[in-house]
Design a protein around this ligand. Structure first.
Ligand code: GLY
Length: 298
């Protein structure tokens, strides 16, 4: 089977000055994941490698450089899902984990449960060899400045202009037909402490089913949850004559119509054909074309 990989760096009103950085970040994530897949590696390793690159890049809202909550703290969520077993590893409300996707993977592989939050998730991290960091290490200067502007006034997009960012995600299919999807986020800026959005919720921010395909969503979590966006998109892939882009578009249309929200998603169907759609002004994404060239766009 030919491997396949698609990534995103969020659907939002990406300003012109952030376009090149978003494209470069998606390209680096593709390089990391594709390197694993072309060596015959496991889709789970590929997806973890791709997401770590995106989490470490402060142009995106995940890991280092995530948006700050109302208390001025980073609070991250992540999920990874296995299309063969329908098992997920999901974590939410993390303050001290540099790469939340690593912990999501540990939950998938080593935990009897599918979702852990907050202190319990961080305790599980420490017990499974994931070093906890100082919460301050996750805060970028750009996000601290945006948060200070919001706290002196009230939260407003204009205070984040140029520093507003997007959730990240990836879907990978390896040579042995193993399909995984993943999503990682710092959530919305100036969110209430304890707020959890769509990203770590199975079926909302992420879904993978070897019978249909894998999906990662991005956008306003409170709207995405209403239409269970990722599972909805995966279900649109079920008919034999389905088309990946049309399935993605239909899901995003439903998000607008019934969820009254904007956002986007990436997907691979069960054969590895990529598709994407977004209703925001822009979405950062990248995929590997059939001739193995990297396509990145914003
Ligand atoms: N889609 C990311 C969030 O709303 O938290």
């Amino acid at each position: 089977m030919s491997p396949s990989l698609i990534v995103h760096g969020g659907a939002w009103d990406i300003p012109d000055e952030a376009v090149e950085a978003c494209k470069a970040g998606c390209r680096c994530a593709l390089e990391a994941g594709w390197g694993v897949l072309t060596r015959g590696g496991h889709a789970l390793d590929a997806i973890e490698a791709a997401i770590i690159v995106l989490e470490d890049d402060p142009v995106f809202d995940a890991g280092y450089g995530s948006h700050l909550n109302l208390d001025g703290q980073v609070e991250c969520d992540a999920i990874v899902m296995d299309g063969a077993t329908l098992r997920a590893g999901s974590v939410a409300g993390l303050h001290r984990v540099k790469n939340p996707i690593r912990l999501a993977r540990a939950v998938l592989e080593k935990c009897p449960h599918m979702m852990l939050i907050s202190e319990g998730a961080e305790r599980f991290a420490a017990q499974h060899g994931i070093t906890l960091c100082d919460p301050q290490e996750l805060i970028s200067s750009a996000e601290r400045e945006a948060w200070l502007r919001c706290s002196k006034d009230s939260h407003a997009a204009k205070h984040h202009r140029g520093h507003e960012q997007g959730t990240v995600g990836a879907v990978a299919l390896d040579v042995r037909g193993r399909l995984f999807a993943a999503t990682s986020t710092g959530g919305t800026c100036c969110k209430l402490p304890g707020r959890v959005g769509d990203s770590p919720l199975i079926g909302c921010g992420c879904y993978a089913d070897a019978e249909t395909g894998g999906v990662s969503s991005t956008g306003y979590g409170e709207a995405i949850m209403k239409v269970v966006l990722a599972k909805t998109a995966a279900d649109f892939l079920r008919p034999a004559a389905s088309n990946p882009d049309r399935a993605a578009q239909a899901a995003v249309q439903l998000l607008a119509k019934r969820g009254k929200g904007t956002g986007g998603l990436i997907l691979l169907d069960k054969r590895g054909n990529p598709g994407f759609a977004f209703s925001t002004p822009r979405m950062a994404y990248g995929y590997v074309a059939p001739d193995s060239t990297f396509v990145t766009a914003v």
